[in-house]
Design a protein around this ligand. Structure first.
Ligand code: ASP
Length: 272
């Protein structure tokens, strides 16, 4: 039986993967070739297990495939066609995951590129009123866990994999903390930002301080934009961002915290 924290993560992310308004599952941004390639992962802090899929195509709920990788295989990461074959074998729902809006924004961006103009689109969300990569952290009273799912960056090179399936880069969970990140994946991977947040919490910082410190470090090392959400084993949480937006919802014992806002570091850590 999967632990309740893993089920909770999967259920939360499946809803977002099925929505066209988030850059994951159906609604993912398109790569240079006009295809959706997605990354997703689950980190279980209690068992120390991690599993991910990378550059997977045609599967509506990549985070569920990541869970199956954890539960049914000895592998940690499955990528590309191998991940798709595994998902098909286990009967996961298929879809080309291309929403009409993402397709039309991609077509315009390609026309601009062909004319030597800048592609006029939000790299992370594809569309102005859409949201980015999704992530979730959970403490179920027994352990901490994190999960994330994304279509990556608009117009990425086919085969490009971001930080979402990179343990320590865009996601981490231990007995100390659960952390998820969004933003320019390459910067998160090269700075091991999610692991850094865990280390800071382990050394005694509150998750809020750890998230802010990690974002400042990311900005000073790489000049990158992003958002970080962290939770510790005492149920304390924190979040900070310097990207255009970073909507966060916190639920405690089934109740949503009213008026919760992540700390906005955009003024301080502006990306030019
Ligand atoms: N971190 C994701 C990636 O680089 C994208 C994002 O979070 O916006 O693939």
């Amino acid at each position: 039986m999967p632990e309740s924290r893993i089920k909770a993560l999967e259920s939360a992310l499946n809803v977002l993967e099925d929505s066209p308004y988030f850059n994951c599952g159906y609604g993912s941004v398109l790569n240079l070739n006009g295809e959706v390639e997605m990354d997703a992962s689950i980190a279980d802090g209690k068992t120390g297990r991690f599993s991910a899929v990378a550059a997977i195509r045609f599967i509506r709920n990549p985070v569920s495939v990541a869970r199956a990788v954890m539960e049914k295989t000895g592998a940690v990461i499955l990528a590309g066609d191998g991940a798709l074959e595994f998902a098909r074998k286990h009967g996961f729902r298929e879809s080309n995951c291309i929403s009409a809006e993402q397709l039309s924004t991609w077509q315009k961006a390609r026309e601009n590129l062909a004319r030597g103009k800048k592609p006029d689109l939000n790299l992370f969300t594809g569309l102005e009123h859409h949201a980015d990569t999704v992530g979730c952290v959970v403490w179920d009273g027994n352990g901490l866990a994190a999960a994330s799912s994304t279509g990556g960056c608009s117009l990425k090179m086919p085969g490009r994999v971001g930080d979402t399936p990179c343990l320590g880069g865009g996601i981490f969970a231990s007995r100390t903390s659960a952390v998820v990140c969004t933003g320019m994946g390459e910067a998160f991977i090269e700075t091991l930002t999610a692991k850094y947040v865990d280390e800071k919490i382990e050394s005694g910082l509150h998750p809020q301080q750890a998230a802010e410190l990690a974002l400042k470090r990311l900005h000073s090392l790489k000049g990158a934009q992003g958002g970080i959400l962290a939770l510790d084993a005492r149920g304390r949480f924190g979040s900070a961002f310097n990207a255009a937006q970073f909507p966060v919802i916190i639920m405690v014992n089934g109740k949503t915290l009213e008026d919760y806002e992540p700390v906005n570091l955009r003024q301080l850590l502006r990306v030019h």
